[in-house]
Design a binder for this molecule. Sequence first.
Ligand code: HEC
Length: 132
Amino acid sequence: MLTSWFLLPLLMLLAPAQQQPAAPPAAIPAEAVHMLNPVKPTPEGMAQAKKIYGYDCAMCHGATGNGKGDMVADLKLNLKDWTNPESLKNRTDGELYYIITNGQGQMPGETGRAKPADIWNMVVLVRSFSAH
Ligand code: HEC
């Protein structure tokens, strides 16, 4: 809910710029790419990650991680299908952590909303979508 209020005016502002070819995603700093997950997943941690995912992520990435959430059509997003193990094969945990924290392109980041430990657990959750 909050996300759409935040995004809509932003998208209206950006609309004319969408005619231009998309800029390449901003580079992720090397030290962020190589960060290892310091958090050991626990049932409580994973439950919390799923809760946050339901509120902040599923509307775009889909409840099952298939990239077909409710906002995809409105925002004309082209999201990866995380149920396919190929989709995140070339990404490190550090890259996923960095993107979830800072956002990328049309995706808002979790900075100031989720704690770092929750974000690391979301990295594990996102990867787990391809396991079933
Ligand atoms: C407004 C829609 C939107 C929301 C909400 C959103 N994302 Fe994204 N996400 C995107 C888009 C678009 C990209 C591709 C960004 C790019 O490459 O420019 C992306 C990329 C990613 C990536 C990088 C891997 C990939 O598939 O490209 C991860 C990991 C990710 N999102 C996780 C999350 C998590 C976890 C949340 C919730 C905390 C979330 N996203 C919320 C739209 C969204």
